[in-house]
Design a binder for this molecule. Structure first.
Ligand code: BTN
Length: 247
């Protein structure tokens, strides 16, 4: 496995996508300390202070078709959730529970970008991972963010357990690459789900195309859709208003 460690980049996604286009092998990792244009899902930014978080992208050559792509990000999130002992918020946010009627706290996220042949065969996928590791606090505009360091204080009040960023990096990369098939990963996702069994409000689209689906999230379909009140939802953001289902 090749790991390219860089100081400042626009986005590790940009570097990894270029390497992938140039033929980089499956499992090539690009890690940076700073991103000037880090990006998240649904066109959002991803910002992280140098030295605190983990910012990396992995080139994958999984084969398969375009329609399988969501399973890769869901599966990567499930593997990371297991490795870090946290939960997943659909589709691929890494979260920790914040108590009844409160949205979970976000520890990290995954962005999947891919190239496919005109017929739909996947050429390569670049999975970008942002993890909050050593942050002691977050700005006011990110009230739902947390880090492994903050969570360690919750789980081990005496702070008797160290948070080692390098060790978290090794564990995270291994969790993504040790892949035993989509079915196993989907089941892992289900077992690590924060979203299932809760009332959710999911926003899809932007501007005039913006719409909301609200209901009880009961399952994850085999194609990665979240089942809300019996209907599949394929893309969107689970809103901050989610809460435990009552009855
Ligand atoms: C999300 O939760 O919206 C996904 C966030 C993904 C952020 C990571 S940081 C490393 C990689 N480079 C980027 O520009 N984005 C991903």
């Amino acid at each position: 496995m090749t790991v390219l460690r860089l100081g400042e980049v626009t986005s590790t996604q940009d570097v990894a996508k270029q390497l992938a286009a140039d033929g980089a092998e499956h499992g090539t990792v690009v890690r940076a300390e700073r991103q000037t244009a880090g990006r998240g899902r649904l066109g959002r930014r991803w910002a992280s202070a140098p030295g605190d978080g983990l910012l990396f992208s992995i080139v994958l050559r999984p084969g398969g078709l375009l329609r399988d792509a969501p399973l890769l990000t869901l599966g990567a999130a499930a593997g990371l959730a297991l490795a870090l002992d946290v939960q997943v918020k659909w589709p691929n946010d890494l979260v920790v529970d914040a108590g009844p009627e409160r949205p979970p706290l976000k520890l990290g996220g995954i962005l999947g970008e891919l190239e496919a042949e005109p017929g739909g065969a996947v050429r390569h996928v670049v999975l970008g991972v942002g993890l909050n590791v050593l942050q002691r606090a977050f700005p006011e505009e990110l009230p739902w963010a947390t880090s492994l360091w903050i969570q360690r204080g919750v789980r081990h009040p005496a702070r008797s357990v160290e948070v080692d960023r390098e060790e978290v990096f090794e564990r995270a990369v291994a969790a993504i690459l040790e892949w035993q098939g989509h079915a196993e990963r989907l089941n892992l996702w289900r077992s690590r789900a924060h979203t299932l069994g809760r009332r959710v409000e999911i926003t899809t689209g932007e501007g005039d195309d913006r719409s909301t689906v609200a209901g009880l999230a009961t399952g994850l379909a085999d194609d990665g859709a979240l089942i809300v009140d019996g209907r599949p939802v394929y893309v969107g953001e689970v809103g901050a208003s989610q809460g435990a289902a009552s009855g």
